[in-house]
Design a protein around this ligand. Sequence first.
Ligand code: NAP
Length: 275
Amino acid sequence: MTPTVPLGDGGALPAIGLGTVEAEGEDMSATVTSALDAGYRLIDTALSYGTEGGVGRAVAASSIAREDIVITTKIPGRFHGYDEAKESARTSLTALGVDRIDLLLIHWPLPKVDKYVDTWRAMIELQKDGLVGSIGVSNFTAAHLDRLEAETGTVPAVNQIELHPYFPQAELRRYHAEHGIVTESWSPLGRGSELLHAAPIVAAATAHDVSPGQVVLRWHVQLGAVPLPKSSNPDRQRQNLDVFGFELTDAEVAAISGLERGRIWDQDPDTYEEF
Ligand SMILES: NC(=O)c1ccc[n+]([C@@H]2O[C@H](COP(=O)([O-])OP(=O)(O)OC[C@H]3O[C@@H](n4cnc5c(N)ncnc54)[C@H](OP(=O)(O)O)[C@@H]3O)[C@@H](O)[C@H]2O)c1
């Protein structure tokens, strides 16, 4: 079984989850079904991905107990605001076909819109009402996180951020650790970029007799982050979960972190907007 990572609100997350940004022509329900069979218990979707329906169908059809699966979804920019956030959660509950969202995140902070604090207040109530298990954010900087804490007193359980060896985010991870926030990594494998051919990754893969993808995911785990690799290939799904039988040396971790060169996606949360 995949180990778990404790959340600051008393809950816990599986140490690796499945990403669900859909490839063209992909049947997300089939992807999630094979992932559940492979042992995934954390599924990351978002209202804006259009994959909530497929995720919900796979969870409903599975024989795995609902309470053993952690479904994450996210509030898009067009639903920022107090009433809008509640509507977003209701829309996701319906699309997923569940009576509770296990982890609900604000997808992007959109500081120019300046409604993420109101959005957050609605999420605190959704959690109190039991419609949502844990609440968190995505793509928030330390300044955005400081503001949530100062204005509401409630610290997000999770911040899901772009994180991979090209963009290790040491400073923000340090902030998370100091504030009891769990780091989730999006595009953890660099979304099929040339990352998996980088020399320190290939060298570690040879040394431990594993694949480059497993090395990168193990690097996330050793940093204390929860990676959300997306794969629709059953073999790669299984491989991506199988990273708890070897350990990278400190030198290997440092060499992989040394690949740092910045964001792949040019999506700076202070300016990037997604609605
Ligand atoms: N919060 C946000 O703003 C945000 C933004 C972007 C993404 N996300 C989340 O993060 C998830 C993952 O990110 P991502 O989809 O951008 O990229 P990723 O997980 O880094 O990479 C996915 C790509 O890598 C391939 N792959 C998977 N495992 C592999 C392995 N072991 N070896 C070689 N290639 C492998 C996949 O192809 P196959 O399917 O063919 O295996 C797919 O093309 C998303 O699905 C989404 O849930 C969140």
